[in-house]
Design a protein around this ligand. Structure first.
Ligand code: ATP
Ligand code: MG
Length: 867
């Protein structure tokens, strides 16, 4: 019987549990406090600090399955995914670790035992590699690994590998060391006879692939490129779960295992196309089956698609999937979101975070798909009418409409025209160097001062403390130089959980250095300063900006109250999706599908203020075992990484219990006042509340009242302000109507009067008059009304329009057809008398001017003109 993927995963964990390993959960896909990485790209990422000595593991032997994403940075497989059959964007990495415990001998023996005895992979289809050494870096051949392998496997199956394949590095910097890979040959007997497996290992053959890498961590790669020996030796292994399933289930593609078949079946049915019908549609189906995993789990871990950073990477992955579906499977409507429940159900036992948020995740994906499909259409429209596409146009399609170049080329080919692909690449390069220049950040190596002790955060209890600097480094960005300092202990809170980092200063007898920000880098608390103390070894007094901290605490505690109030008013589906807390505002994003009504907003605000007035004491528990904390009712956030011991913040056990590392008020009364200032939408299914507290809320109320007072005073302090404003506005409206009617009446009178004065002469009825009218419109209306009355009209009016001079000339229809008079030309001439200018059509023209006293002269001149 074939082992299913669930059993394969379980067996791995059980095997290492028996070998004394503690099984831990996967860390989130999306990283929060790591400036060097956006996503977890291998199992070791969550243990980085253990290798570097910044933190101590709870156990020296650990094993797990880790969600990994390789779509950016040093490990980026995106372009391969779907095209080949064994690289994914998101994949599971099974791993076992030794932190200063066992080393090469045991790691190698256990790997062999698990693969050949438990999983029963045929020994004659396995190959292993060892590091051959590297002269340039002065690294030796890994003789030890070779010797240990020799105990299990024939020597001609132990291959030597170069630095590229057999020296593993997490990123540009960080822990690294020689590694030993295990490869499996899944080809048919005939093929194996033709070419021996050892000639195909590491040759990108889709059926001769690496499944497991055992890394022997010994070094740390520093920013200057040099290697430094780590304080202890560690083992870090990673086995691709999907590839292992392929080998055990005797398939030749990861997509033929039960990890992917449910997704492919679903896609095939929806498209009405069978998987394995045609290469083009196969690739599209694989791309979608793969990408939906990456996108769904990233969103479940709290990363919304967006225009920057990790969010942009997620957006691009989803768009890649949408456009494969659009082009090759004829998916013109959102489709990928329908796969979310299939996937959630499939992985519910291992990664329940998707199953429990499937509605939310589906909704986010649906909206994202729908909006991209719209831009796809717009982009297609943009291409209409073009007969060739320049590099710049292709880049615009890419940049503004999200069209990858291959899509543009494909559509162009269909329509029989060309794309300047070289020109596109040039534009792309320009863009890259633009963004590189903006983001370039040089980080120097840490310079140690004295002993590298583990630094301690004491800011829950103290806002001042004597400290010593233990290390510093220089950081340069956009030509601005800053220094980062690490202290032996610190009262400065490092930005996390949405709460901003503390600022303040450190001071010795001779100098004072301002701390501009405090951030976390994994476990390290890093303080930014714009200069370096002259005497780095002296003792400093570290002083936190207390006022700013107090206001941040007010906002943070209020955020907890708000969270609880939202859940009680809107329902238990409300979950935190993001939060920002600083000394000015609090911003809280949460899952909820509709805009809140004013009544709901009011109710939430009221509940929070009641809780403030109840002056509930803070109940802060540190180092609570995670299970116990959850039993207390504390909600763990998806995408947040918790240790085994957590801090629990409670304001009334029946109201608000949260896992939180932030700083809080001693009792809710400190918050003073809570005021919601806005409620809005941030993304599909996510709402945002912005609110203020304490003196900021007071200030807000004060300003609003002052404004009201001013209005009241302007209205002469009426009893009922609203009624008074209403009647004022009604009165104004009524008056306007009256004036309008009055003007109309006057204009009619004027028209009649002018009509009476018309001088019948040979060929025309002349009206030449000085008049006074309330508006330019009225003048025009009078002119047109007269035109209707006389078809041989020759009208010249010199008007006083609300104390501004204007000239109007209108010529009747019959007279106009004789072309004897040209209104535009006449007006131009007449306007000179009022220091103005103007013009218009041959039958009607007007001109404004500056000299009101010139009106009589206009009449004089007009008389002459007519004669
Ligand atoms: P490859 O050369 O095949 O890309 P790698 O050398 O990048 O693999 P490692 O960084 O050593 O791989 O990762 C450990 C294991 O994780 C690999 O042996 C492989 O089984 C698996 N793995 C790596 N990248 C992927 C991926 N993109 N999709 C699925 N599995 C992967
Ligand atoms: Mg790789």
């Amino acid at each position: 019987m074939v082992m299913d993927s669930g059993s394969i995963r379980r067996k791995f964990l059980e095997f290492f549990e028996k070998k004394g390993h503690t099984i831990v959960p996967s860390a989130p896909l999306v990283l929060k406090n790591d400036p060097t990485l956006l996503f977890t790209n291998s199992g070791m990422v969550q243990f980085k600090d253990y290798f570097l000595g910044n933190a101590t593991p709870k156990s020296t032997r650990i094993a797990d399955t880790q969600k990994c994403l390789r779509v950016s940075g040093k490990h980026n497989d995106l372009e391969e995914v779907g095209i080949d059959t064994y690289h994914h964007t998101m994949f599971e990495m099974l791993g076992n670790w030794s932190f200063g415990d066992y080393f090469k001998k045991e790691a190698i023996a256990w790997a062999w035992e698990l693969l050949t005895e438990e999983y029963k992979l045929p020994k004659d289809r396995l190959y292993v590699t060892v590091f051959e050494g590297d002269a340039k870096e002065n690294l030796p051949f890994d003789q030890d690994a070779y010797n240990f392998w020799k105990e299990h496997i024939a020597e001609d199956r132990i291959l030597r590998g170069n630095k590229k394949d057999n020296f593993w590095e997490m990123g540009e910097m960080g822990p690294c060391g020689p590694c030993s890979e295990i490869h499996v040959d899944l080809r048919s007997e005939e093929e194996v006879k033709k070419i021996p497996g050892k000639d195909v290992v590491n040759m990108s053959h889709p059926q001769v692939i690496e499944i497991w890498n055992n890394v022997f961590m010994e070094f740390n790669r520093k920013a200057d490129g040099s290697l430094e020996k780590l304080p202890a030796q560690h083992v870090d292994t990673g086995m691709g779960f999907e590839r292992l399933c392929m080998a055990i289930q005797k398939k030749t593609s990861n997509y033929d295992t039960d990890v992917f078949t449910p997704l492919l079946d679903f896609i095939g049915q929806a498209a009405g196309i069978k998987y394995k019908a045609e290469e083009k549609t196969d690739i599209a189906m694989r791309v979608i089956a793969d990408h939906v995993r990456a996108v769904s789990f990233a969103i479940a871990d709290g990363q919304l698609p967006s225009n920057t950073g990790a969010g942009y990477v997620i957006r691009r992955i989803l768009r890649r999937a949408v456009r494969y579906g659009f082009t090759f499977l004829n998916f013109k409507e959102p489709f990928i979101y329908k796969l979310v429940p299939v996937l959630g159900n499939q992985l519910r036992d291992v990664f329940p975070e998707l199953e429990s948020q499937k509605d939310y995740v589906g909704k986010v994906i649906f909206e994202e798909e729908a909006s991209f499909l719209r831009t796809l259409e717009k982009g297609l429209k943009r291409m209409e009418g073009l007969s060739s596409i320049s590099g710049e146009q292709a880049f615009e399609l890419y940049d503004t409409y999200g069209f990858p170049l291959d899509l543009t080329s494909l559509i162009a080919r269909e329509r029989g025209f060309t794309v300047d692909e070289e020109g596109f690449k040039v534009e792309m390069e320009k863009q890259k160097s633009r963004s590189k220049a903006a983001a370039a950040k040089e980080t120097g190596d840490w310079v140690l001062i004295g002993e590298d002790v583990k630094s301690e955060f004491i800011g829950y209890d103290f806002l001042e403390s004597e400290i010593k600097i233990i290390k510093y480094r220089k950081v340069k960005q956009k030509n601005k130089e800053q220094f980062q300092l690490v202290f032996d202990r610190t009262p400065f809170y490092a930005e996390s959980g949405g709460q901003v980092g503390d600022t303040g200063y450190i001071e010795s007898a001779n100098e004072k250095i301002y701390i501009l920000d405090t951030k976390k880098e994994n476990e390290l608390i890093v303080h930014s300063a714009d200069k370096l103390p002259e005497n780095l070894t002296s003792s400093f007094n570290a002083i936190v900006d207390k006022h700013k901290r107090q206001l941040s605490m007010d906002n943070h505690s209020a955020t907890h109250l708000l969270h609880a109030a939202l859940r009680s008013v809107l329902g238990k589906h409300v979950e935190q999706k993001g939060s920002l807390v600083n000394d000015k505002v609090l911003r809280f994003d949460f899952s909820h599908f509709a805009a809140m009504t004013p009544a709901e907003i009011q109710k939430v605000e009221d509940i929070v203020n009641v809780k403030i007035r109840e002056d509930i004491h803070l109940d802060e528990k540190r180092n609570v075992p995670i299970d116990q904390a959850k039993a207390l009712g504390a909600m763990a956030l998806f995408g947040e990484k918790y240790g085994d011991f957590v801090r629990v913040i409670t304001f009334d056990p029946k109201f608000s219990v949260e896992l939180c590392g932030g700083t809080h008020v001693k009792s809710t009364g400190n918050i003073g006042l809570f005021k919601i200032v806005s409620e809005s939408s941030v993304a599909a299914g996510v709402r945002r509340i912005e609110a203020i507290t304490a003196e900021n809320a007071e200030q807000f109320v004060r300003t609003e009242i002052a404004l009201l007072d001013e209005v009241r005073a302007l209205l002469k302090n009426p009893k009922d302000l609203v009624a008074s404003l209403k009647s004022l506005s009604e009165e104004k409206h009524a008056l306007e109507k009256k004036i309008e009617a009055f003007n109309q009446e006057k204009a009619n009178q004027l028209k009649d009067e002018l009509a009476r004065k018309a001088l019948k002469s040979n060929g025309y009825s002349l009206i030449l008059e000085k008049v006074s009218v309330p508006s330019a419109d009225a003048l025009k209306n009078v002119a047109y009304a007269l035109r209707n009355q006389f078809d041989d009209l020759l009208l010249i009016l010199a008007a006083d329009v609300d104390s501004k001079p204007q000239v109007a000339v209108m010529i009747g229809e019959k007279l106009a057809s004789t072309n004897a008079y040209h209104a535009g030309n006449m007006v131009k001439e007449l306007a000179k008398e009022i220091d103005g200018g103007g013009g218009g059509q041959p039958f009607f023209a007007t001109a404004g001017g500056k000299n009101l006293n010139g009106l009589d002269a206009v009449i004089e001149k007009a008389r002459k003109l007519i004669q």
